[in-house]
Structures are given as structure tokens and as C-alpha cells.
Design a binder for this molecule. Structure first.
Ligand SMILES: [Zn+2]
Length: 632
């Protein structure tokens, strides 16, 4: 790779990626390409080729789960049957909504809709209790509004998107045979009800402070939310008769539940359920309905073309059987050598973190010791899990059922299995990402880091590229995930994953002041015709900065290394070309900063970047010493 060093001084990201970006073409049915996405595209092609080979009998299924996956794939590919049925499989759902005559009926419909994973007045989740992280608790969550964030309700893009939603819904309802005379009212009701929900939901920025989502409420308090819609009994019926406490992620929404859900508004609510349920169903119905129902999502991300029906059937199968296909991938294509190598890197990265903590000058001994206890307790999950999650055994494809009925029946099984975990021990070994996912994560409640097999590929990791490049790629990703244990949210959680303040007061103040500097450094940076939200992205920016610093130090412990290679590969992994609408969507809702800035900003606080490329005052990458931030 020949890179012009003088250009690095002004823009590392462009110096490394300009040529690739110029040649790169975003696939017509995708919102972006580059780095992560190039790998994800290749993964999609590879797995699709193999699944098609299974269909042809060229590859045989290894177990019952793979066989069911294949049966589901066949069903989703039965395009003739789907086209012939048209909207018919969805019509009984609409009938059920129409039959609702009281709030009591609405409550029992809601129960069924939650079970089936259909758009509903609220949602449930069973996850680790943040205050007692070894046990699972029930979380009560507001509904998804039509626009991706309430911020869109206040801008022009949002107005245009609602117009698209209006058009799309007219079209879908018409195609489903709803009388023309009813359509306008159904759609206008939907938009009106959704607009009443939006101000009571939290923005992405508010949700990013996830410890504020922890609001335990007694079942009596839940009961008091509404006099005529018995939320408490409904939750007890859905989860367990002895349910006594619920974690309400956004209490301000449920405190207004009685004003939102009234007899007077019943028709409006029913319209909202009809329109949203039908739009939800379109990907599982005829090709015409699938196409008509995709307009809003395409517009939202600026995607010009809908993926073709064959690819869609594959992706539907992949989403439904993600862990099955993920393990298939990992067992066939992932090398044990890579797993061992990455395990070593994780150990080495944790050692470096300890060294850095031992040398820390702004924390007291007591806090440093506790931070080291937390570091030692981090468990890595690498490559792929040993077994499938329980629900796969229960998913049986019934040849008599339509694709939509099958998907709803599957949702019902998965949500029952999930809810059955309520009040039981958390399984720390459970994977929340499938092995074919090009990504990684840190779980704060279980203090676990996870690196699926699919991210252990070039440019992140390869036995063929230099070790320095690997440290700039997967090394920095590993250290990024470890850093999440000590970002603004992770800092509030102890080694066992409980929300618990383990800091000495002045240490926490020191840390918070540094996190606040990070917010200021990023806030308002102009990009893609908008601005970075420093508060939305602070946890990821802390993790990027800590991760890069730590990976660099780990590399410097090797016998030989090349810092240029390290920084170049760091910039290379962030290469991204995206559609304008999509990039703006990310700017509003994504906790990660835009990729060019993820490449460029953290290096500007690192001494070795200045010495390696001789960056001086006057160069665009130069940052005044007093503005540089090192937290970890
Ligand atoms: Zn992260």
C-alpha cells in the first residue's frame, strides 16, 4: 500500500481510503459499503451460495435445525403460492382488530399482538436486572413510532418521510382490497395517533444514557397507570402470576398511558394497529405487497432499489435462523488458529489495560484496584457458541401454513422462550450476536466481550497481514470493547454487572470531567450537512480513544512493529461510502460517530501519531496539546 505521508498530516482517513472510495460502488439495494459492509456483503453472498447448494442437495444438512432452516427457506421461496394468496394471510389479523369494541378487548388483542411480535401499544423484554445482574427481569418498553427518532418529527426530512409513509400505506391498503372510502381515514388516524405518541418517547440521545432506562416499578404502580386497561394483569398473564416488579424503561410514556389510550380514541388506535400491522406483514406476503410496503424504509436510507425477491427470501431465512447459519459458517470456514491468536490478543490487551491503570495519575489506589478486579472478571466469547439457543428445537415449519402465519407462530415461540427466562439466572455464555455477524460487542450486565468469527477477517485480522496491521484492526476492536467496561455507562456498573458505584467520589468526579471534555471535543463537528451530537456518541468515542491507545501500547510490546502500518489499518477499517439519507439517519440515531471521524479524531490525541507522521502545528490533523484527551 503506497500512501502519501504528507496527506496523512491533513486527513488520515482520506490519505488511506481516497482511492478505494473513488472506485467503490454502493450496491443498488444497500445503504452503504466499505470496511464492515464489504465483509458483510461477501458473507451474504457466501452463505446464500451454500444455502442454495443445500436446496439443490449438493450440501447435506448436518442436523434437525439445519433441516428446518431449509424447509423455511423453501417456504419463503414459494413465490407462486405467496403471489396467489396476495394479502389473504394478513386479513384475519385486520378482522381481529376491527372486532375490538372496548378497552378490555384492546387489552386482550394487545396480549396476542405482543406474543406474535406484531406492532403493539408497548413491548416487553426479559433481560438481566441491572441492579442484580445474575437474574433476569421484565422490562416494559414504549411502542416504536413510525419515524426513526422523535427528532424527525421536528425537521423537514421527517415531514417528507411521513408523506412517503402516507403514500405507501394508501398503496398497501388498496392492494390488500380495503375499500377506497376507508383508506384515507385509516391512514390519517394512524399518523395522528403516532404523532401523539412521539413527544412521550425518548430520543436516541436520551436512550444512549442507558442507566436511566432502569426504573423499577411495583406491580401496583403498573396497575395505577390506567384505570380501564389492566396493564398489570396483562403482564402477569403474559409472564408469571407472581410478577411483582417491572423495569419501566421510559416511565414518562406510561405515566401518560391513560391519556393516550381512551375509549374516545379507540377508532384511531384501531386504525394505527390496522395500518401498522398490514405494513409489518408485507415482506411475508405477495411480491407486489412486498414491493409496495418497502417504500418508506428505502426512502429513509436513500436506497434506490429493493433487494430482489430471491435475496429477500434468503435474508428472511438468515434472520430467522441466524444462530444456525452462523454456526454453520463458523464450523466450516473459521480456523482454530485464529481463535487461539485472538484469545492471546485479548489477554495481552487486558494486561496492557492493567499496566496503564497501575500508572494512572488521576485515580486513587482503591479505585484502580477495583477497576482491575472488573478487568479480570471480563470473559471473552470468541468465534462461535457451542450450542444453539433453546428455541430452535421448537420451530417447526408447517407446510399447511402461509409464510406470514409461520413467522407469527415462530415469533410466538421465541417470545414464550424469552419470557420463560424471567426471574431465572442469566446465562453469561449466551451469545447475543451470531457467528456470521461482522461486528463485536461488550455486555455491561454480564461483563462479557464477544467477537464473532466473521469479524476475524481482513482488514480486521489476517494471518497474511502484518501483526502491526492486525493490532490496528482487530486489536483496536478488542480494546474498544474492553473500554466499554469503563465508558460513561460502563463506569456505573461493577465487576458482576450490577449498577453500583464502586468509585471513590473524587475519582468519579475526575472521570466525569474527562468524559465531559470528550462530549465537548466532539459536539458540533460538522459533517454530512449536519452536526455530531457529542452526548449521543460519548460512550463510543471514549471506547474508540481508549481502544486505540491500548492497542498501540500492546503492539509496542512486540519485538518488532511498524506504527505506520498500525495507523493505516486503523483508518482502513473505517472506510465507508454511504447514501446521504442513510448517513444523516446515522448522525441522528447512531451512538457511533461518523466513520471518517472515528478514523481521524482519536489519533489526534496520541503522541505516536505526531512522531510517526511528523505532524506539526498548521497541519489539519494537529490538535493543541491542551485539547487532547486521554481517558484510558
Ligand atoms: Zn462500541
Amino acid at each position: 500500500m503506497s500512501i502519501d505521508v504528507t496527506k496523512v498530516k491533513d486527513d488520515l482517513y482520506q490519505a488511506v481510503n481516497a482511492k478505494t472510495l473513488e472506485e467503490m460502488v454502493i450496491p443498488a439495494d444497500k445503504p452503504s459499503t466499505g470496511g464492515f459492509m464489504v465483509l458483510a456483503e461477501a458473507m451474504e453472498k457466501l452463505l446464500r451460495k451454500d444455502l442454495d447448494a443445500m436446496l439443490e442437495g449438493e450440501i447435506s444438512c448436518e442436523n434437525a435445525e439445519e433441516e428446518e432452516m431449509l424447509a423455511f427457506y423453501k417456504k419463503s421461496r414459494n413465490f407462486a403460492e405467496r403471489d396467489e394468496a396476495g394479502a389473504a394471510p394478513a386479513l384475519p389479523l385486520l378482522e381481529q382488530i376491527r372486532a375490538v369494541a372496548s378497552l378490555e378487548d384492546l387489552a386482550s388483542l394487545t396480549k396476542e399482538w405482543i406474543n406474535k411480535g406484531l406492532p403493539s401499544l408497548f413491548h416487553l423484554g426479559v433481560m438481566a436486572d441491572m441492579m442484580q445482574a445474575t437474574k433476569n427481569a421484565l422490562y416494559l418498553v414504549p411502542p416504536q413510532i413510525i419515524l426513526p427518532d422523535k427528532a424527525y418529527y421536528e425537521n423537514e426530512a421527517g415531514e417528507q418521510l411521513l408523506e412517503i409513509y402516507r403514500m405507501m400505506s394508501h398503496d398497501v391498503l388498496g392492494e390488500a382490497g380495503i375499500p377506497e372510502a376507508d383508506i384515507a381515514r385509516l391512514v390519517e388516524d394512524t399518523l395522528s395517533f403516532d404523532k401523539s405518541l412521539a413527544p412521550l418517547t425518548r430520543s436516541a440521545e436520551e436512550k444512549a444514557d442507558y442507566t436511566k432506562m432502569y426504573n423499577p416499578r411495583s406491580i401496583e404502580e403498573i396497575r395505577s397507570y390506567h384505570p380501564n386497561f389492566d396493564l398489570a394483569t396483562l403482564l402477569q398473564e403474559l409472564v408469571h402470576p407472581e410478577l411483582k416488579q417491572v423495569i419501566v424503561t421510559e416511565p414518562e410514556f406510561f405515566e401518560h398511558f391513560a391519556e393516550l389510550i381512551t375509549e374516545e380514541k379507540l377508532e384511531e388506535i384501531k386504525s394505527w394497529l390496522i395500518v401498522r400491522s398490514l405494513n409489518f406483514a408485507t415482506p411475508y406476503l405477495s411480491e407486489r405487497l412486498r414491493q409496495k410496503g418497502s417504500l418508506f424504509a428505502l426512502q429513509l436510507m436513500g436506497i434506490p432499489e429493493l433487494e430482489d425477491k430471491e435475496k429477500h427470501a434468503f435474508n428472511l431465512t438468515r434472520n430467522t435462523y441466524d444462530q444456525v447459519l452462523g454456526q454453520y459458517y463458523a464450523k466450516k470456514y473459521f480456523g482454530e488458529e485464529a481463535r487461539a491468536d485472538v484469545e492471546d490478543m485479548v489477554k495481552s490487551m487486558i494486561d496492557v489495560y492493567k499496566e496503564r491503570l497501575a500508572e494512572n495519575t488521576w485515580l486513587s489506589k482503591e479505585t484502580i484496584e477495583k477497576a482491575i478486579v472488573k478487568l479480570d472478571a471480563i470473559d471473552p466469547l470468541i468465534g462461535f457458541p457451542d450450542s444453539y439457543p433453546d428455541h430452535y428445537k421448537k420451530l417447526k415449519v408447517d407446510s399447511e401454513k402461509s409464510l406470514l402465519e409461520t413467522v407469527l407462530a415462530f415469533n410466538q415461540i421465541v417470545s414464550a422462550v424469552q419470557r420463560d427466562k424471567w426471574a431465572k439466572d442469566v446465562d453469561r455464555k449466551e451469545w447475543h450476536m451470531s457467528a456470521d455477524t461482522v461486528n463485536a460487542y461488550y455486555s455491561p450486565t454480564s461483563n462479557v466481550i464477544c467477537f464473532p468469527a466473521a469479524i476475524l477477517q481482513e482488514p480486521f485480522y489476517s494471518l497474511k497481514q502484518s501483526r502491526s496491521a492486525n493490532y490496528g484492526g482487530i486489536g483496536a476492536v478488542i480494546a474498544h470493547e474492553i473500554s466499554h467496561a469503563f465508558d460513561n455507562n460502563g463506569a456505573k456498573v461493577d465487576a458482576e454487572g450490577n449498577l453500583f458505584n464502586w468509585w471513590k467520589e473524587e475519582d468519579y468526579e475526575n472521570f466525569s470531567a474527562r468524559a465531559e471534555e470528550m462530549v465537548k471535543l466532539w459536539d458540533g463537528i460538522e459533517i454530512y450537512g449536519g452536526k455530531v451530537n457529542g452526548r449521543l456518541t460519548v460512550s463510543e468515542n471514549i471506547a474508540d480513544a481508549g481502544g486505540l491507545t491500548c492497542a498501540l501500547q500492546a503492539l509496542q510490546r512486540e519485538e518488532s512493529y511498524d506504527l505506520k502500518d498500525f495507523f493505516y489499518n486503523w483508518a482502513r477499517v473505517w472506510c465507508q461510502k454511504g447514501r446521504e439519507e442513510y448517513l444523516q439517519l446515522l448522525l441522528t440515531v447512531d451512538v457511533h460517530s461518523p466513520n471518517p471521524l472515528r478514523a481521524n479524531m482519536p489519533v489526534r490525541s496520541i503522541d505516536e501519531f505526531y512522531s510517526t507522521f511528523d505532524v506539526k502545528e498548521g497541519d489539519r490533523m494537529f490538535l493543541k496539546e491542551e485539547e487532547r484527551i486521554t481517558i484510558w
